[in-house]
Design a protein around this ligand. Structure first.
Ligand SMILES: Cc1cc2nc3c(=O)[nH]c(=O)nc-3n(C[C@H](O)[C@H](O)[C@H](O)COP(=O)(O)OP(=O)(O)OC[C@H]3O[C@@H](n4cnc5c(N)ncnc54)[C@H](O)[C@@H]3O)c2cc1C
Length: 469
C-alpha cells in the first residue's frame, strides 16, 4: 500500500492524491448506507493521469475503485481496501455537435450540467436518473442508468456511441472504442460491453453520447388514486392507448406520505400517485391534456393536477414528490432509528414486462405481511421498473429477514419474465439474484463467460473487485 501511494504522489503530485482518512471515508460510502474503506482517493485531471494510475496499480497490485458521485445503491461504488479514483475533476464538455447529434464529454460531467448546456441549443441528453443533479456520465455509463424518461428513451445502452477506456495493465493502455456515427461496425461491440460493466473492465476517460432534440411541447398530469387497483387500471389503459408517455412514474400512498412530509407543496399529496408526461405538437397540447385528464378520471383518479410545459410542471411541483422517493424511504428509517443508530436502505431495482406490473405489485404487497416489514413501493412503472425498498436500523431490525425479502422480490421478477436489475446494476447486493436469473433461464454458463471476459480485460482483477461477477 505505502509503495503504491508513494509512487502515485511522486508521479501525479500531492494535489491529486489524498490519504486524509476523514476525506477518504466520505468517498467510501453510498446513499444506501453501505460503507467501505480505502487507503486513498486519487483525483485524475486528464487521460494521461488515468494511464499513470492504471500502470501504477498494475505494478503494485493495487485494487482500483472508480467513482463518479457514488450515488449507486447496490454497492457498485463501495471500495474494500485499495484506491478510490474519483473522476470529479475530469468534468469538461469537450464538443457539442448539433449536426452530428452527439457530444464528447469527460466522465465527471454531471448529467444536469450537460443538459443545462444542451437546452440552450434546443437539445437534451434524455437519460435522467432521479439523481441527475449529481450523477456523472462515467457513473451512468457504467451502471447502464435509466431514469424518468425511460418509458420512451430507454437507458444508457441506447445513448452511448463510443468510449475511451484505460486498461489496468502494465502500459495503462488507452482504447478508443465506438464511433461518432449512429451506424458503426467494429467487430464485437465493445462499447456496449462497457455500458453497465460497473467499473470492472476499464476506466472510462471520455464518452461520445447521442443527443435528442427537445420536444416541441410537453404536457403533464399528476394524479392521486384511492387504491392501487384503480391506479393499475389507468396504467394499463395508458399503455393500451397510443399516447406513448415518455414519463410514467408511480408511488404507493405510504411512500407518497413519507416522501412529502417535509416538502412545501401547493397541493396535498394523498393516495397512490401516478405521474404522466407526454411529448406533443404545440397545436395538440390542450387536446392531449384533456384526453389524459379524462382517462385518469375515468379510472378513478380523485385529484389531478395538470401542467402545460416543463416550466409550469416544475412551478407546480409535479416532479417533487417522485424525486423524493428515496429520501422518503431513508427518512422513515431514520425516524425509527433515532439519534446515533446507523441505517441502511435495501432498494430493489427489478423490471418486469409492463403487462405483468399489476401482478408484480400484488405479489410484492403480499410479501409485506409474510415478512412483517414496511415496504415502500414506487418506480418507473412505464417501463416495468419497480423500486420496492425496506429500511434497516442497525441493532433493531434483523438484516437476515430483509435479505430474504430482497431475494423473494428478485424471484418474483424473474418468475414474471423480468430480471433483477433494470438500471442500478448488480454491485454487491444482486450477485445472487443474477445467478438465480441466469440459472432459471438455463444459462448459468453466461456467468463463467463473464468471468472470462473480466480476466481478458483485467488479468490481475484490480478493477472494482468483488462487483458484478
Ligand atoms: C436518490 C437517488 C435516485 C436515483 N435514481 C436513479 C434513477 O432514476 N435511475 C437510475 O438509473 N439510477 C438512479 N440512481 C442510482 C445512481 O444515481 C445512478 O446509477 C447514477 O447514474 C450513478 O452515477 P454516479 O456518478 O453516482 O456513479 P457512481 O455511483 O460513482 O458509479 C457507478 C458505477 O460506475 C463505476 N464508475 C464510475 N465512474 C467510472 C469511470 N469513469 N470509469 C469506470 N467506471 C466508473 C463505479 O465504479 C460504479 O461501479 C439513484 C440514486 C439515488 C441516490
Amino acid at each position: 500500500m505505502a509503495d503504491a501511494i508513494r509512487k502515485l504522489v511522486r508521479r501525479l503530485g500531492p494535489r491529486k492524491v489524498s490519504t486524509d482518512q476523514a476525506l477518504v471515508a466520505l468517498y467510501a460510502r453510498e446513499p444506501s448506507g453501505l460503507q467501505g474503506r480505502a487507503w486513498a482517493v486519487v483525483f485524475p485531471e486528464s487521460e494521461d493521469d488515468v494511464r499513470v494510475i492504471a500502470r501504477t496499480a498494475y505494478e503494485t497490485d493495487t485494487p482500483i475503485y472508480p467513482q463518479g458521485s457514488a450515488t449507486s445503491l447496490s454497492g457498485n461504488a463501495v471500495p474494500e481496501n485499495g484506491i478510490v479514483v474519483s473522476f470529479e475533476r475530469m468534468n469538461r464538455i469537450l464538443e457539442v455537435n448539433i449536426i452530428d447529434g452527439n457530444v464528447v464529454v469527460e466522465p465527471g460531467v454531471r448529467l444536469d450540467d450537460l443538459n443545462t448546456v444542451l437546452e440552450r441549443e434546443g437539445y437534451m441528453f434524455p437519460v435522467d436518473p432521479a439523481s441527475s443533479a449529481v450523477a456523472t456520465v462515467g457513473g451512468a455509463i457504467n451502471n447502464g442508468a435509466g431514469g424518468l424518461r425511460g418509458a420512451k428513451y430507454g437507458t444508457m445502452r441506447e445513448w452511448v456511441l463510443g468510449v475511451n477506456i484505460v486498461l489496468a495493465d502494465s502500459e495503462g493502455t488507452l482504447l478508443r472504442l465506438g464511433c461518432r456515427t449512429v451506424k458503426c461496425r467494429q467487430g464485437y461491440d465493445l462499447t456496449r460491453l462497457i455500458v453497465g460493466s460497473e467499473g470492472t473492465l476499464g476506466l472510462v476517460t471520455r464518452a461520445i453520447l447521442r443527443i435528442a432534440p427537445l420536444p416541441e411541447d410537453t404536457v403533464y398530469a399528476l394524479a392521486f388514486f384511492p387504491g392501487l387497483d384503480s391506479l393499475m387500471g389507468a396504467f394499463t389503459a395508458l399503455r393500451r392507448s397510443r399516447i406513448n408517455p415518455f414519463m410514467l412514474e408511480f408511488m404507493d400512498s405510504k411512500t407518497v406520505e413519507y416522501a412529502s412530509r417535509h416538502l412545501d407543496l401547493p397541493y396535498t399529496p394523498k393516495g397512490d400517485m401516478l405521474l404522466v408526461g407526454i411529448e406533443v405538437n404545440r397545436e395538440a397540447a390542450q387536446r392531449v391534456l384533456k384526453d389524459l385528464e379524462n382517462l385518469l378520471a375515468d379510472h378513478g383518479a380523485e385529484r389531478i393536477i395538470t401542467a402545460h410545459g416543463v416550466e409550469e410542471a416544475r412551478r407546480k411541483h409535479l416532479f417533487t414528490v417522485r424525486k423524493n422517493l428515496f429520501a422518503g424511504q431513508a427518512g422513515l428509517t431514520l425516524d425509527r432509528a433515532g439519534p446515533g443508530r446507523r441505517i441502511r436502505v435495501m432498494i430493489e431495482d427489478i423490471v418486469v414486462p409492463p403487462s405483468r406490473v399489476p401482478e408484480a405489485v400484488k405479489r410484492i404487497r403480499e410479501l409485506e405481511s409474510k415478512y412483517g416489514l414496511t415496504v415502500f413501493l414506487g418506480g418507473h412503472i412505464g417501463d416495468g421498473n419497480l423500486h420496492p425498498a425496506v429500511g434497516i436500523v442497525e441493532g433493531v431490525d434483523d438484516p437476515q429477514v430483509v435479505e430474504e425479502w430482497f431475494k423473494d422480490v428478485m424471484r418474483i421478477a424473474v418468475q414474471l419474465g423480468g430480471t433483477v436489475s433494470a438500471e442500478h446494476g448488480i454491485g454487491l447486493l444482486k450477485k445472487e439474484g443474477l445467478r438465480y436469473d441466469l440459472e432459471s433461464r438455463g444459462s448459468l454458463k453466461a456467468l463463467s463467460l463473464m468471468a472470462e471476459i473480466k480476466r481478458v480485460f483485467d488479468p490481475k482483477g484490480l478493477l472494482n473487485p468483488g462487483k458484478l461477477v
